[in-house]
Design a protein around this ligand. Structure first.
Ligand code: HEC
Length: 122
């Protein structure tokens, strides 16, 4: 006799809109990972960038981290609780103080950010 088996249907195929959403999510995750990777500059190279472009105004070596000093010591910059690679990047995209409008390359920007963040006191 034919039984309830007839009502068992194959699972519905994933509908096109859902499939597109899943693909977009996957690409989004890849994009995020790529951006995160790009933020990881080379702190050693960043120290050289700082010694070239920043040292005439900032104490760059992290030995000094006086939060009251202007321009701020890089150690103090790193210690700011809200400081992130993103906030530094946004900051560095705008000329500041009397800082000449340096044209740091994207790599130099990544590196100097990595360097400043490496000064953070634990
Ligand atoms: C001509 C002097 C001068 C040079 C060169 C200079 N800065 Fe500054 N910087 C300042 C002054 C002044 C301030 C504080 C006033 C302000 O924030 O605009 C400051 C503030 C900062 C801050 C603090 C941001 C915050 O969160 O408050 C950061 C980060 C910074 N500089 C990074 C750099 C880096 C990186 C370089 C080198 C690529 C650099 N500066 C070169 C003068 C300079």
């Amino acid at each position: 006799m034919m039984r309830a088996n007839a009502t068992r249907r194959p699972p519905p195929p994933i509908s096109a809109p859902i499939r597109q959403t899943l693909i977009a999510l996957g690409l989004g995750l890849l994009g995020t990972a790529g951006a995160a990777a790009q933020q990881m500059g080379d702190a050693r190279a960043g120290r050289a960038v700082a010694a070239t472009f920043c040292i005439q105004c900032h104490a760059i070596d992290g030995a000094s981290r006086d939060p009251a000093r202007v321009p701020p010591d890089f150690g103090a910059v790193a210690d700011m609780a809200s400081q992130t690679a993103l906030s530094l990047r946004v900051f560095l995209q705008t000329p500041h103080g009397d800082m000449p409008r340096y044209q740091l390359t994207p790599t130099e920007t990544d590196d100097v950010i990595a360097y400043v963040l490496s000064l953070r006191a634990r």
